[in-house]
Design a protein. Structure first.
Length: 239
């Protein structure tokens, strides 16, 4: 059963969103548990006990904004896995929210089609995180869950796998041989790097910042394509 959280002081908006989410899962023949908070204080109190896979988080809360709540989740709770979807009546927050690396940003009132598309992508991504990248070294096959990979890099004849826990694994191979075989959340930014967009905390036209603090350059030839991929992936996109 999926756990979904909604934090918004507008009670009618919460009810509408809750009904749409419930309808989405019923159409899939699945069930979900939805927890609603109307204040940041109640969310903070309950979060250690109820940790949703997806959190719809209002930016304009009465006593503090959603960015502060997002920092609490990422920094104080150390939860980098929760898919935060910021919600607001306004549309001028996209770049400010990157420090929380949310999954998406939706504008109120919600459009059912866009909401369903967002949830569908998140569920697809969660499924992929548990699948594995397989490689061979010294005639032995190994695997790494896609969700554990920050980025791939190349050095001489080696492919290096940079993991979330700081470990770097290498094997003999070429990035170009794996680029087209990776799931949709991976993007090639140069001949030397393929990044996992789920772990991007910010980006600009010529570089990306990975959540471990590594900044990687984007090749000039890849900049337009990477911009399209990031927006298609939905991070920072205003819908």
């Amino acid at each position: 059963m999926y756990k979904i959280g909604i934090c918004d002081d507008e009670k009618k908006m919460c009810t509408d969103l809750e009904n749409m989410i419930d309808s989405f899962f019923k159409k899939r023949g699945e069930s979900c548990e939805i927890q609603v908070w109307n204040s940041s204080e109640s969310l903070r109190n309950d979060m250690p006990k109820f940790r949703p896979e997806i959190l719809f988080l209002d930016i304009e809360l009465p006593t503090e904004n959603g960015v502060s709540v997002g920092k609490f989740i990422r920094d104080d709770l150390g939860d980098e896995a929760m898919n935060i979807v910021f919600i607001s009546h306004k549309t001028n927050y996209a770049m400010e929210l990157f420090q929380i690396h949310p999954y998406d940003f939706l504008v109120k009132p919600f459009q059912e089609e866009l909401l369903y598309a967002t949830i569908s992508k998140i569920l697809k991504l969660e499924e992929i995180q548990n699948k594995e990248f397989r490689y061979t070294y010294n005639r032995t096959e190994y695997s790494v869950p896609y969700g554990d990979v920050l980025f791939f890099s190349s050095r001489n004849k080696l492919v290096l796998i940079h993991k979330c826990n700081g470990e770097v694994i290498s094997y003999y191979g070429k990035l170009k041989d794996i680029a087209d075989k990776l799931p949709f959340q991976f993007a090639c930014i140069s001949k030397s790097y393929i990044i996992n967009m789920k772990h991007v905390t910010s980006w600009k036209y010529d570089s990306v910042l990975i959540e471990d603090g590594t900044r990687l350059p984007i090749a000039q030839s890849q900049r337009n394509e990477f911009k399209k991929l990031m927006y298609n992936y939905s991070i920072g996109e205003v819908k």
